[in-house]
Design a binder for this molecule. Structure first.
Ligand SMILES: [Zn+2]
Length: 155
């Protein structure tokens, strides 16, 4: 179970109800989620004496502030998958002209197939690179800064 799924299920779960085995297993194995659940339970225990909840301005501002300081959830694809997809794509580009399907298409359309194939592959590589860079701006700017390359690139 992924951490996002776990948190969603945990928060949907009524405090009085028991946790499902899958949730218990994730809670046992994942230190990050266990820490968040501990903080959540602590916060709930802190709030219990104030039931029914009537918050003054200062208290609600403090809670909103601590909520805003929570690290944000991001659905991310591991670098291994990115690199794997990129390697597969490049291997495909170099091997595709030798495939039987490509040969038979070339027999059918003549030598004109090279140009549209190169254009399509170029567009695919461009889209891949754009998405990869777009989703890794933080890492990229940190890397550039580390290697003293970050000039106008810095956000
Ligand atoms: Zn987790």
């Amino acid at each position: 179970m992924k951490c996002e799924t776990f948190m969603k299920r945990f928060l949907e779960n009524d405090e009085a109800g028991s946790l499902s085995p899958a949730i218990r297993i994730h809670l046992f194995r994942c230190a990050r989620c266990a820490g968040e659940v501990r903080a959540f339970r602590l916060a709930m225990a802190d709030l219990r004496p104030y039931e029914p909840f009537v918050l003054d301005g200062i208290e609600s501002a403090r809670i909103v502030d601590s909520v805003m300081r929570q690290p944000e959830y991001r659905k991310s694809i591991s670098l291994f998958n990115w690199v794997g997809a990129g390697v597969l794509m490049f291997v495909g580009i170099f091997l595709a002209p030798f495939s039987d399907q490509f040969m038979s298409l070339r027999d059918h359309f003549g030598g004109d197939l090279e140009v549209p194939f190169s254009l399509v592959m170029g567009v695919m590589v461009t889209i891949y690179a754009a998405i990869f860079i777009g989703t890794h701006m933080d890492e990229l700017s940190r890397w550039l800064e580390h290697h003293k390359l970050g000039g106008p690139f810095r956000p």
